[in-house]
Design a protein around this ligand. Structure first.
Ligand code: HEC
Ligand code: HEC
Ligand code: HEC
Ligand code: HEC
Ligand code: HEC
Ligand code: HEC
Length: 309
């Protein structure tokens, strides 16, 4: 008896740990603690030695070599753009160069000159330059979805929606007025990229190639429900359901992926007799939310024909 309780307890613990580890969208702990002054000082010394030639002693992107670049070395003091960028993003750019995050190769890789600890020290220093000032915990961790597809262009939501804060509806405007959210046209990309990054970023040059050939960009579809179901964006957006409720924190993804279907965590919870929440995009998921919303006075349909025409 005692042994069974123990075994069951162990299984439950395993299930709860698996659920916590799967952490729906939280992926990783909260932001880092405030940096130690010694790391900031070390980071400053490394910065002046390795980075100031392009980014300038002050970090404003005005170093002695800066003038030679079509895409200006970034202004690392602009807190509006830098503060939302996760530490993992910054360390990746520093060690592996701009292309590791879709940026221009004129931002060189420093692996071989800096180890990971040193890259983190440089980041700790960069955080002190930001105006408005960086608040610890402001940059939430990067969210990586296993199995996210490779897209024809390395388009980063983390940069567009996260760092630059371009509103979702600026690019997915149909979500407000029709069933599909829609993807932006090449023309919409060109509105900004006729100029931004056009000369030295090969990922951005690809946009110009599609534009010149009058071809749409063949994006790989990520979220979809089967043909025999009907999902209207408009009704959900009008009812004030945030995009992230269904799609996760897209603004923290370098590549968008979907977490759908069964998981090890939900299987383990079933095994110990608990009812885990239905995985996204299944019928149970739609219906459960509609029931919940209706208890709060919404009028979300539960009849079959509303979702199955
Ligand atoms: C040879 C010039 C050069 C050097 C040296 C250089 N950078 Fe850069 N860096 C660039 C350029 C150019 C960009 C802009 C790339 C783009 O926007 O596509 C950039 C972009 C960045 C970004 C991205 C910022 C953003 O808003 O996304 C970070 C972070 C960065 N650099 C940090 C560093 C650090 C730290 C060092 C030193 C270890 C360094 N850079 C050294 C040229 C340089
Ligand atoms: C409202 C302006 C705007 C629009 C619209 C826009 N971008 Fe960008 N894009 C930016 C800015 C700003 C950057 C950051 C440039 C930098 O730091 O070098 C960027 C960076 C990029 C980069 C390099 C970094 C990355 O994301 O990997 C790519 C590739 C890119 N954009 C592709 C696209 C595509 C494809 C579209 C259309 C679907 C698009 N952009 C629409 C403003 C825009
Ligand atoms: C600058 C334009 C731009 C902005 C801003 C933008 N997106 Fe996107 N979005 C795209 C492009 C291009 C794709 C197709 C490539 C991809 O999947 O990353 C896409 C894909 C997606 C997808 C996956 C589509 C599929 O195939 O299932 C979702 C979900 C999404 N975006 C949600 C969002 C949300 C939520 C926001 C705001 C937090 C947002 N987007 C902001 C351009 C943008
Ligand atoms: C209630 C859940 C829900 C909300 C809220 C939601 N979506 Fe979706 N989204 C879906 C589903 C389900 C699909 C798949 C639809 C299909 O296959 O017809 C989808 C598909 C997409 C796609 C793929 C292209 C398309 O048009 O189908 C994009 C892009 C997208 N959503 C962006 C957004 C954005 C941006 C918002 C917020 C303005 C948003 N979604 C809000 C559930 C949602
Ligand atoms: C996060 C909660 C949530 C999820 C998940 C969700 N819905 Fe909804 N749904 C709503 C709300 C809220 C409304 C609007 C109710 C209102 O207008 O009062 C709605 C309305 C609808 C409507 C009615 C549209 C109209 O024009 O009246 C349909 C159809 C629908 N949803 C289909 C789906 C499908 C299919 C899925 C799953 C793929 C889904 N929903 C997932 C919350 C959700
Ligand atoms: C709120 C929207 C919604 C309502 C209401 C709804 N369904 Fe579904 N249904 C879905 C979605 C979305 C799927 C696709 C799920 C998937 O791909 O896993 C689905 C799948 C199905 C399937 C395919 C089998 C399966 O499980 O994948 C059947 C059969 C079905 N629904 C029947 C019904 C019947 C009968 C009713 C009424 C009692 C109903 N549905 C009500 C959204 C809905």
């Amino acid at each position: 008896m005692g042994r069974w309780t123990l075994a069951l307890g162990g299984l439950l613990l395993l299930a709860v740990t698996a659920l916590a580890a799967s952490g729906r969208w939280s992926a990783g702990a909260a932001g880092p603690d405030a940096p130690r002054p010694a790391d900031v000082a070390e980071g400053r010394a490394l910065y002046l030695r390795q980075c100031a030639v392009c980014h300038g002693e002050s970090g404003r992107g005005d170093g002695p070599s800066a003038a030679g670049f079509a895409t200006r070395p970034a202004d690392l003091t602009d807190g509006r753009i830098m503060n939302p960028l996760p530490e993992a993003f910054l360390v990746n750019v520093i060690l592996n160069g701009g292309p590791a995050e879709g940026l221009a190769p004129t931002m060189p890789p420093f692996r071989g000159h800096l180890n990971e600890t040193q890259a983190r020290q440089v980041v700790a220093y960069l955080r002190t330059l930001a105006q408005p000032p960086f608040q610890p915990g402001e940059a939430l961790p990067v969210v990586e979805i296993p199995g996210a597809p490779q897209q024809p262009i390395f388009f980063s939501h983390l940069i567009h929606a996260g760092s630059y804060g371009i509103p979702c509806l600026y690019c997915h405007a149909d979500a407000r007025r029709g069933p599909a959210a829609g993807l932006p046209s090449v023309e919409r990309c060109m509105g900004c990229h006729r100029v931004i990054g056009a000369q030295d970023n090969p990922e951005i040059r690809k946009i110009h190639e599609y534009w010149n050939r009058r071809q749409p960009i063949p994006w790989v579809r990520v979220f979809s429900v089967p043909e025999f179901t009907y999902f209207p964006h408009k009704a959900h957006v009008r009812a004030g359901v945030a995009c992230q409720t269904c799609h996760g924190p897209v603004e923290r993804m370098r590549v968008v992926g979907a977490r759908t279907g069964r998981t090890l965590a939900s299987d383990l919870l079933h095994l110990v007799g608990l009812e885990p929440p239905a995985p996204p995009l299944t019928m149970g998921w739609c219906v459960n939310c509609h029931r919940e919303q209706n208890q709060r006075g919404a009028r979300a349909p539960l009849d079959c024909l509303a979702c199955h025409h």
